[in-house]
Design a binder for this molecule. Structure first.
Ligand SMILES: [Zn+2]
Length: 706
């Protein structure tokens, strides 16, 4: 990159006419060489194609200009708005020379765009006064796009005194001509000049709101956002959720009308002059040769798997199964597109349901920092768009705003308090989780946004803590169709146990000792790159044996349903569904990918089966019938149908309101018998629940929930 400030002496001013001619010169004569060393004229080539292909702008790479004419390049940096206007005139005149037949009103639409300024500025710094009026470049995530409007660029006016018609051009704000431009006219009153409705020329106009990329945020800071306006062929080029590099000019506008005696406050915005959609992605995936070597050396490390697990939230004690699941989620499975166009996601969704105080939020925040492109949020959402997207009313119309699942496209959304999501999100989230798109149609805005996002969600149990005998649906305030979108669901229970408590206490206390800070086996920086590398370069296929293994597990689970003896033939527990089979494939692929393997073998399948079996055991285990029954996830009814078992527990729970010092077992039996539940059964339930630690006998004959 040429550093212009080093090669230009101050005080070399040029007239507008000179700037125009030098820029024409650049357009026509700048040459460079292609890969084969042959010279060619990049801008001249574009100029010749512009007219035929209806291209309305030419994008100049700043280093080219700086190389060819450092003085012009420096002037552009110093005074971008004025100089760009002159450049546009130069371009229009050059095209006119090539195509004299082109109408003036078309010609006036041609624009010069500048890219590759270099020296990226973080969005939060754009608000510093140093940048006002200057050309800047920054990376951003598009959050909001407004409806497209027509900007009145040029209009015809008539002078009521001499009757002559003349054109007048608007800049960023509308200004009416104050006097008649003809020197021989005596009109001095602005009231005698009228805007004509014919002959108006418009340019497309749109406003964007952009924010900092999650990975560029300073630690612990919330993202800053900035308004960006675009004209002409930059309009409708980006959608909420896109990651872009923007070149633009920092401008200010008064926050309100300037009034003497009031504070003259201005706000900052950016007029974009170039938007690059591809750049950010390449930049992020660019790994140095050394980094690739470090990653590849991990491949031969026999301890890689253990090191990966140990690198996930080492400061949080235990939760080993969940950490394994999260590792799989970070690497992800392979998305597939079938010949009929159906797309099957590779992203793995995990839901954690936890008693309060079980470090769920800490875990989510840790993952949000560790994973590339991750966003941490609460189910209530930090913005009006919530988790999916929304059409919102702005000062002058409607705008489409992306929610978290769109903003974290190709990354991970860590959503705390998932059960508290807004009603709109509850409706839209099925599509976001399964098809990985968010469709919206409201107030004339119709859009489908990408949400190729893995979701790591945490929810609180409905009654403050999780009651295993109540089934999943009863424990959580989320409808079964949403629950069924999760590949894995885990319950984090805060069960008192002597050994575990001691270990946890030791672990927590050691965290506070500066001598024993947990050092992740793989530093977070390298971990992130490992994930990026694996997701980009490793696409595992399942081996025959892996497929065999998954099939075996699947069929065994299906069969176990049939074996269960029941008096009602219609009621079969459903142990596993085709949806689970897809999840198993994803988990198998993810495990292979995490070890940088191109083929997923039986070991990878074994990993998937273990995680799935553990998740099913936790959420779909019917306490009374002792079978795994996923229908409880789908319909909310357990196999034995909230049966007698549930009735007994409900009765105890209700009685607990009356007998806070201990519910007499005799009273429980009496009430149950009144509902046709025999005494032996009631005693069995109480016994079982005591074993599970849910009930305890306060004094002989009196029970309470723990
Ligand atoms: Zn006049």
């Amino acid at each position: 990159m040429v550093m212009v400030s080093q090669i230009i002496e101050p005080g070399l001013a040029l007239s507008d006419e000179e700037i125009k001619n030098e820029f024409k010169n650049f357009l026509l004569n700048f040459s460079t060489t292609d890969e084969k060393g042959k010279p060619y004229f990049p801008y001249l080539n574009i100029l010749e194609a512009m007219f035929d292909r209806r291209i309305r702008s030419i994008s100049i790479s700043y280093p080219d200009l700086a190389l060819y004419n450092p003085r012009l390049a420096k002037l552009l940096l110093d005074n971008p708005r004025e100089v760009l206007k002159i450049f546009a005139t130069a371009l229009q005149e050059t095209i006119k020379d090539l195509h004299p037949e082109i109408p003036e009103n078309i010609l006036r639409r041609y624009r010069v765009r500048i890219k590759d300024i270099g020296g990226e500025v973080p969005i939060r710094n754009l608000f510093l006064s140093d940048y006002v009026g200057k050309i800047v470049e920054f990376r951003a995530l598009i959050v909001r796009t407004t409806q497209v409007k027509q900007f009145l660029r040029r209009a015809l006016y008539v002078c009521d005194v001499c009757g002559r018609i003349f054109p007048f051009e608007s800049q960023e704000f509308y200004v009416k001509p104050r006097t008649c431009p003809y020197p021989d006219c005596s009109n001095t009153s602005p009231g005698k000049i009228r805007l004509l409705s014919e002959g108006q020329e418009f340019e497309e106009y749109q406003e964007l709101v952009v924010q900092e990329l999650p990975e560029e945020l300073p630690a612990g800071k919330l993202p800053e956002s900035c308004a960006v306006i675009v004209y002409g062929d930059l309009v409708d080029k980006v959608r909420p959720g896109d990651r872009v590099k923007i070149t633009g000019i920092v401008l200010t506008e008064p926050e309100r009308k300037l009034i003497e005696g009031r504070r003259p406050l201005y706000r900052t915005y950016v007029e974009a002059i170039y938007i690059d959609k591809a750049e950010t992605e390449e930049e992020e995936l660019k790994l140095s040769e050394e980094e690739i070597q470090r990653i590849l050396s991990l491949k031969n490390d026999p301890d890689l798997e253990r090191k990966i697990y140990e690198s996930i939230a080492p400061s949080i004690y235990g939760l080993d199964t969940i950490k394994r699941a999260i590792a799989a989620q970070l690497f992800g499975g392979v998305p597939k597109i079938y010949p009929d166009g159906t797309r099957v996601r590779g992203d793995i969704h995990i839901l954690l349901i936890g008693d309060p105080g079980t470090a769920k939020s800490q875990l989510l925040k840790y993952v949000a920092n560790l994973a590339p492109r991750a966003i941490y949020t609460s189910g209530k959402g930090a913005s009006a768009a919530g988790l999916t997207a929304a059409v919102i009313r702005t000062e002058d119309g409607w705008a489409l705003e992306a929610g978290v699942l769109v903003l974290a496209d190709k990354g991970i959304a860590c959503i705390d308090e998932f059960d508290k999501m807004r009603e709109d999100d509850r409706r839209a989230i099925h599509e976001a989780l399964e098809q990985q798109t968010v469709s919206i149609a409201k107030a004339g805005i119709v859009a489908t946004l990408n949400a190729r996002t893995s979701v790591l969600a945490a929810a609180n149990p409905k009654y403050g803590r999780y009651y295993p005998n109540r089934g999943l649906k009863d424990n959580i305030d989320l409808p079964p169709p949403i629950l069924s979108r999760f590949d894995l669901i885990f319950i984090i229970k805060d069960v008192p146990s002597g050994d575990r408590d001691r270990e946890l206490a030791e672990h927590v206390l050691s965290m506070h000792s500066k001598y024993r800070n947990p050092v992740p086996s793989i530093p977070p920086d390298l971990f992130k790159k490992l994930v990026l590398y694996a997701r980009e370069h490793v696409t595992p296929r399942l081996s025959k044996k892996a497929i065999e293994k998954l099939k075996e597990f699947y069929l065994e689970m299906r069969r176990s349903a049939g074996r269960y003896q029941t008096d009602s033939l219609e009621m079969h527990p459903i142990p596993i569904t085709p949806r689970h089979l897809e999840a198993l494939v994803r988990l198998t692929e993810a495990h292979a990918r995490m070890l940088l393997k191109e083929v997923a073998d039986e070991r990878d399948a074994e990993f998937a089966i273990q995680l799935m079996a553990e998740s099913l055991r936790q959420v779909a285990y019917d306490v009374e019938s002792e079978v795994i029954d996923v229908s409880s996830i789908y319909t909310g009814e357990t196999f034995t149908q909230r049966s007698r078992y549930m009735i007994v527990l409900d009765i105890i729970r209700r009685l607990q309101n009356e007998y806070s010092e201990g519910v007499p077992i005799s009273e429980v039996v009496k009430r149950c018998e009144a509902k046709g539940i025999p005494r032996e059964f009631v005693m069995q339930v109480i016994q079982k629940e005591k074993m599970r630690g849910e009930l305890y006998e306060k004094r002989p004959g009196y029970i309470l929930f723990t």
